[in-house]
Design a binder for this molecule. Structure first.
Ligand code: NAD
Length: 428
């Protein structure tokens, strides 16, 4: 079976959502294309003296809501259509939670696990120099994604500031706190997902799910997002029965001791062989009987190949695009509720927005302040997605797209009415 193309899936969803609302054709066409695509290749001297070329991308999808915003991914599978899809999902995501950013994404084809810290730093800085003309605090602001983290964002800030000849704190988010990062950014995506889940429970949207206490949860991917989510759910009294990373999975049907698994992962670099748990396969845990399945690794892990084996009652998409569009249709028919990526993992970009705002205003917000604002944004917009789903008799995913695109269209119309967009259309 051919691997689903995430960009084609993203465009199908945008098309379906635009069919449900009155929309100027040019807005629909803009959303079905990308604003700008940059592909770069650059050489790096490796530790052994060899010179190696790397290829990377920065894709800017749409900026009707505000400056471009999106993560940077280091992975061997990075490719143009994946980046386009991730950039389009960012446009929708920022609008779903009503923050004034548009969508972008970047990545470099590499295997960061086989590279030294020095090589990664050189590669990051060379990539920044190549994409320099199209990034910046008032153009396009990068953030962490798969196999990048606060340290990598710090290198981006250093190189960007060096090239511009001045410190530009707001040029990147997800930085270390001591370099101008925000409190609460590291666990924001996970915390946002938890707020979405709690709001769904409060709104009684999911039959039979009245709290997280003793609910069986499976988490695929134990990184920036999956690990803190497992910790928060564990603290809420949920039973984490299986977790995984790229090297393998572990299972304990009575519930894993998550603080112990975190210590084990930090010490050994993987979850496998943790005490009081049995090793199992990555694919197997997706098919376990559980209340909530949380894909928090990569896209297309639930496709037509395994969709009929999924037994979870609810899927909380903390990863971007973990369910292919065809599999999504099957799950909807079966009555499995999917909390879509563009809502469920939007906590990260929401706190990135807070970080950017703090940097521009030279402010510092406490963790309590950040979490309070995050909770408000996530809960309010989850309630609106539910309302939209009921109004249009749509899935939560389609409802999120309808809400996001309606907001984008409204903003574009306002700009046109005020003549700002005429400028954009003419000169950009
Ligand atoms: P990460 O690199 O920190 O973690 C990814 C985890 O997935 C790692 O534990 C890795 O070992 C595991 N993994 C990789 N391949 C796997 C496989 N085949 N099976 C099981 N596990 C596998 O990345 P992250 O930042 O946590 O991102 C995870 C997902 O969340 C991505 O889809 C990303 O786009 C999305 N996301 C991240 C953020 C953020 O703030 N970091 C925000 C929104 C969405």
């Amino acid at each position: 079976m051919a691997k689903p193309n995430p960009y084609e899936d993203a465009k199908k969803l945008i098309s379906e959502a635009t069919g449900k609302i009155k929309l100027e054709p040019w807005i629909r066409e803009s959303l079905l294309a990308t604003h700008r695509e940059l592909q770069v290749t650059f050489p790096i001297e490796m530790d052994n003296g060899a010179i190696k070329n790397f290829t990377g991308f920065r894709i800017q999808h749409n900026h009707m809501m505000g400056h471009f915003k999106g993560g940077i991914r280091y992975h061997w599978d990075v490719n143009l259509d994946e980046m386009r899809a991730l950039a389009a999902w960012m446009t929708i995501k920022c609008s779903v939670v009503n923050i004034p950013f548009g969508g972008a994404k970047g990545g470099v084809i590499c295997n960061p696990k086989d590279m030294s810290e020095k090589e990664l730093e050189s590669m990051t800085k060379a990539f920044v120099r190549r994409i320099l003309p199209i990034i910046g605090p008032d153009i396009d602001i990068p953030a962490p994604d798969v196999y990048t983290n606060a340290k990598v964002m710090g290198w981006i800030l250093d190189e960007y500031s060096r090239c511009m000849g001045k410190k530009e704190l707001a040029a990147v988010t997800g930085k270390p706190i001591k370099m101008g990062g925000s409190e609460g950014r590291e666990e924001a995506t996970a915390k946002g997902g938890l707020f979405v889940l709690k709001e769904m429970i409060k709104e009684r949207y999911i039959k039979g799910l009245d709290s997280l206490k003793d609910k069986k949860i499976v988490v695929q991917g134990f990184g920036n997002v999956g690990m803190p989510f497992a910790k928060f759910a564990y603290e809420e009294g949920a039973k984490l029965i299986a977790v995984s990373d790229s090297k393998g999975a572990i299972i304990n049907k009575d519930g894993l001791d998550i603080p112990k698994v975190i210590k084990h992962k930090e010490k050994n670099g993987c979850v496998s062989d943790c005490s009081n748990a049995a090793n199992t396969t990555n694919e197997g845990i997706l098919e376990m009987d559980c209340d909530i399945l949380v894909p928090a690794a990569l896209e297309n892990v639930i496709t037509m190949e395994n969709v009929n084996k999924i037994k979870a009652k609810v899927i909380l998409e903390l990863a971007n695009g973990p369910v292919s569009i065809s599999a999504d249709g099957v799950l909807n028919k079966k009555g499995i509720i999917i909390m879509p990526d563009v809502l469920a993992n939007a906590g990260g970009v929401a706190v990135s927005y807070f970080e950017w705002k703090q940097n521009l205003a030279s402010e510092y917000w406490s963790k309590e302040e950040v979490n309070k604002r995050l909770e408000k944004i996530m809960k309010e917009n989850t309630a609106l997605v539910i309302k939209t789903a009921k109004k249009h008799k749509a899935s939560l995913r389609l409802a999120a797209y309808i809400l996001a695109i309606s907001r984008i269209a409204k903003k574009a119309k306002k700009e046109l009415d005020e003549n700002h967009y005429t400028c954009l259309v003419k000169y950009l």
